[in-house]
Structures are given as C-alpha cells and as structure tokens.
Design a binder for this molecule. Structure first.
Ligand code: DON
Length: 583
C-alpha cells in the first residue's frame, strides 16, 4: 500500500506487489457490489477463513465433536499448508477465545527478537536504515511462535488429541492439493522472489517453473515437519531435527536465531483488552498487539456520536471515524510496544474518560491536521497475515489472526523444513520516527531489544451481546487491520447490516501519518468526496483499480437468533464452511 508510505521508492514498489498478492486473490471482486454474496449458514458451527481447504478442516473437526478451539488450532495448522503466504509454522499470531462458560482468554504467540538482536541492527555506519535488511534477509526473521501457541491453546482448552488436530494438515501437505487459480497465480508472481533461495524454489517451483493451476502441489518436507510436531509436540519444532535445520539455515546465511532462542520461546496467556460499545462487550487482543487498545479507544470516541443516524457512507460519519483513527494511531506510535519491556498504559488508553479528553477537540465540520495532532498526554501509571473466525454450537468462539508479516514473509524456506520464515522484525521501529513497511511510526516503546516482541496491529476480536458471542472478526492488512475491524463492528452495531453486507461494504483507512484517507474504489460518492474536501480532508487516495481489490480480508462469523452465519471476505478467494446438520 504505497499510499501509506512516506519513503523510499523500492519499499513503495514492494508494497504494490504486497497489495497484489497479500490481501488478494485472482478474482477481481468489486467490494462495492450492491448485493453482496450470501453468507454461509449453519446452526451447528462455522469456520470462515482465507482458504476453503482450511475452513473445511475446521468444520470437519466441529462435526466430529471437537470444540471451536480444536477447530481453530486445526485451521491454523491447515493454513500453514494451504495458504502459505500467511498461514505458517515459521511466524506468529494471536488467538482470542471466549469459552461457553464465559471465560475470556488470549494467547500471544508473537515472534520475538533473537537474543543477539540489537537496537541498531538495521542501520548503517551513518545511522541510516539499510533498505531490505528488516524484510528480505535472514536478519529479518523473528523467533517463530505459532507452533508453541497453537499447541498450548490446544492443551489448555481443546478437547481432541494433538494427533487428530494436526493430521488433516499432514494429509494436505503429503497428498497435496490441486492448485486453484488463486494460489497458482500467487506462486507465479512470487517466483522471482523465491529464486533467491534454493530452499524456497524447492518448495514453490517445479524444475524452476511456478506450479500451475490444476497441478497437484505436494509439500513432503512440510509434512515431515508436521509429523515431528504431531509426535513430539513443541519439542518437534523447537528441538530435534526441525530446530537443527532452522538453526543451520540461520548459521549458513548470517541469521541470528540459535537453539537457545528456540528453547527459550514461550507463548503467553494475556488478559484480553475489553471495552463496551452501545451495550455490547468488545473482547480483543492486548499488547504486544496495538489492535485491541486502538479498537476500544476508537469505539469509545465514536460512542459519543450517533453514527447510525448519520448513515453509512455519509461524509459526517466518515469524518468522525477518520478523526478517531487519527488520534488513536498517534497514540500507537508513542505508547504501544511489548508490555514485558515497556510500561504500556493500557488502562488509561482504553478508558472512556481518556477518549472524551482525546476527542474533545473533534470539530464535526473541520478535519484535524496530523502534524498538529500529537499523541495524547497520558499520565503514565507511576511511572500476509490471515484471519479465521470460528464458532461452535455450544457458544465457544475463537478469533485467530496469524502472520509471516509480508506476503510469504522473508520468502525464505528454512532448508529441509518445508516452511517459510517470517520477516516480522520489520514491525519493530528500526529507527525513531522512520516509517516501517506499513508507514507506521514508532519510538522507544517499540525499539528492538533482545527477546522482545515487535508491536503488531493484528486485532482478533469477539463481540458479545449480553453474555453470548455475537460476532467474531479480524483481518490482515498491516496498519489497516484495526480500522477494518472497527468498520465491521460499526457496520453490524450502528448500521444494522447483515454479515454479508458488513464484510463486503467498502472500507477506508487513516493512520495519523501520512495524513491522508486511503479508500476502496467506490467507497466515497463524488458528493461525499466534495464534502470531505470542504471539511479539510485534502488527501483522499483511491486504491488504484488495477489492484482490483481492497483493504483487508475480514473472514467473520455472526450469531443471530436464526443461527450462525459465516462470511469469507468477497475481496478474496476464501470460504466459510458451516457444519452440516446431523441427520
Ligand atoms: O503484526 C502486524 O501488524 C503485521 N505484521 C501484519 C501484517 C499483515 O497484516 C500483512 N497482511 N496484509
């Protein structure tokens, strides 16, 4: 998304490619369709993800009596096989869980900086950022967390044995999948990136050519890695042959990850960020994600206005949302980071009092100016991502977002393991006030430190109505994840949309800096644009038509009195699969 960027041309170009592939499919869907595709429906349980194969795996697990946690973990492993641009073993993610008994849980399996990482590791002798080092090199790789997280969650809240939950992913890798147009085109576009690494070409090409649509794509090394995880659990990834292969890849190519890093990795249970919005409870991911905090902060600001009466797509409501986004993202740059390393003032940031102060200068007629809007004053307390949503009939709900960071991560397959390595290190602030790939700024709170988790925007979220789960949602899209999630929630709560309309409707995004609104084609009518211009929103950036798609990929599930609806984002080639009614 070049439109989020300030800087270097090569990053801009890279971002174009990212947009084409990451939040993408081959089918060019116009997100502003008048009638959005129908949602899937079931009373027995639902899985919505970016991959039909993975959704099917999850729905099968539910049908066999597994709960939503079993299904989400199975989907996580399956996505590593069938959606390799973002599904992963070599990356990280966050899971937000609401159990049928009402307990609210989050698991953080975000990658960590290796122990040998250094604050200035991406700077040259003059203190300037070395282009590509934090995205396209073995130094870009954070210590992977996905396997620890998925297995910890399964052991704590799943009901099925590890072997049963991992086996579908092993089958998909071993027997292979018949490549659809979506994946085949992704591989074709990525071939030149993979060409830099023999280990990546060994997986994603056949005799130097990209795999083609209709061919059977098998991943024997990945199947072997999954079998080691099935047999030995976490030790099958963080120890033994898998760890040896990963460390050998690092040692041979100037990477930093050691056996010590792998053995030290632990997923973390964290208290969810919760808030309220017009009588609903919002449950989302706390730091090291910025997602939950910003989401609740923006909802707190917007609750003071009547967005429903303003109307979906009105200049007034867009303006109000942009101004909430501007303020929240300014705070992100200053205050958000890994809470194990930096005292993130979560309670203050998500309080209604703070939102009222922060939004006090909101002018319904006039755009703010980001160079003037600074991070709020917080009295510090003394002191290609992919999203899947799952609900089962019993009332368990899981929101799961997982990532390698950019599409196909670092593009490096750890030789012999069959899995791609992340380039999550770019989510740190490599240098104060210099934007990262998503144009996001950061300072001390998100500086690189050994063993620290890099700040994320991933926002897996569950909305409760009364004490029942209403909506499970979230998205990929880097910095746009949080505003995509916000819009889905507002579409459901304020605008009373059905799930299909809530997910399909056009989106926009503002992130404080750069000071511009990015929006999908057709998101703003000409007269809405004119009103926004008059208010002072001078920079409106339409995502170019040639990109053919839009912001985010919000595979979501909604529960109504009728039953459970599932919707994969029509911008892409995902699928929602419901559990069939048992005869
Ligand atoms: O954690 C984050 O915020 C980013 N690494 C997410 C990357 C992403 O969403 C890419 N997908 N579009």
């Amino acid at each position: 998304m070049k439109f989020l960027m300030f800087s270097a041309t090569s990053r801009v170009l890279f971002y174009h490619v990212l947009c084409l592939v990451l939040v993408t499919s081959v089918v060019s869907n116009n997100p502003a369709r008048a009638a959005s595709p129908q949602a899937e429906f079931s009373r027995q349980g639902m899985v919505a993800s970016r991959s039909g194969w993975a959704s099917q795996v999850g729905a099968d697990i539910l049908a066999k009596g597994g709960n939503a946690v079993d299904a989400a973990v199975a989907v996580g492993f399956a996505l590593a096989v069938t959606y390799p641009s973002a599904g992963n073993l070599g990356g990280g993610g966050f899971m937000v869980i609401r159990l049928a008994d009402g307990r609210l849980i989050t698991n953080d399996h975000r990658e960590k900086a290796p122990l040998a990482a250094d604050k200035d590791m991406y700077l040259d002798a003059e203190g300037e950022i070395v282009e590509g080092l934090s995205t396209r090199s073995h130094l870009a790789v954070g210590v992977p967390g996905t396997v620890a997280g998925l297995l910890d969650v399964l052991a704590a809240y799943g009901t099925l044995p590890r072997a049963q939950v991992i086996q579908p992913a092993i089958d998909l890798a071993q027997r292979g999948i018949i490549l659809d147009r979506d994946l085949a085109q992704q591989f074709q576009r990525r071939l030149k990136d993979f060409a830099a690494y023999a280990s990546s070409m060994a997986v994603f090409s056949r005799d130097g050519q990209a795999w083609r649509q209709g061919e059977r794509f098998k991943q024997p090394d990945l199947a072997a890695t999954l079998k080691r995880i099935k047999k030995y659990g976490k030790a099958g990834f963080y120890g033994g042959k898998t760890a040896d292969l990963l460390v050998a890849e690092m040692t041979a190519n100037g990477g930093l990850i050691t056996h010590e890093d792998l053995l030290a990795y632990e997923s973390k249970w964290r208290k969810p960020v919760t808030g309220t919005y017009r009588g609903h409870t919002i449950v989302s991911m706390p730091p090291p994600s910025s997602g939950g905090v910003l989401l609740v902060q923006m909802l707190n600001m917007l609750e003071t206005l009547d967005l429903g009466t303003m109307g979906y797509g009105s200049a007034a409501s867009i303006h109000a949302m942009v101004e909430a986004q501007r303020r929240a993202y300014a705070d992100r740059a200053e205050y958000l980071g890994d809470p194990d390393f930096y005292p993130v003032p979560v309670a203050r940031l998500i309080s209604k009092t703070y939102a009222a102060q922060r939004y006090a200068d909101f002018d319904p007629q006039r755009a703010g100016v980001s160079s003037v809007v600074k991070p709020g004053k917080i009295p510090l307390e003394s002191m290609e991502t992919t999203h899947a949503s799952v609900m089962d009939a019993a009332g368990n709900a899981v929101a799961y977002t997982s990532t390698l960071n950019l599409s196909y991560g670092s593009k490096i397959v750890a030789g012999g393991t069959g899995f791609l390595l992340n380039n999550e290190m770019d989510d740190f602030s490599s240098k104060e006030n210099v934007p990262n790939f998503y144009g996001l700024l950061g300072r001390r709170a998100n500086a690189i430190e050994p063993g620290k988790r890099m700040l994320s925007s991933m926002t897996p979220t569950i909305v409760l109505k009364g004490d029942q789960p209403l909506l499970v949602t979230g998205s990929p899209g880097g910095s746009t994840i949080i505003t995509t999630t916000l819009q889905i929630i507002l579409n459901v709560i304020d605008h009373g949309m059905t799930l299909n309309d809530a997910v399909a409707s056009p989106r926009f995004h503002h992130q404080w800096q750069p000071d511009r609104i990015v929006h999908e084609t057709y998101a703003f009518s000409p007269d809405t644009r004119a009103v926004l211009h008059r208010m002072g929103h001078q920079q409106l950036f339409t995502i170019p038509a040639f990109l053919g798609r839009g912001i985010g990929d919000a595979n979501s599930v909604l529960r109504t009195k009728e039953g459970i609806f599932g919707m994969s984002d029509p911008r892409n080639a995902g699928r929602a699969v419901g559990v069939p009614v048992t005869p």
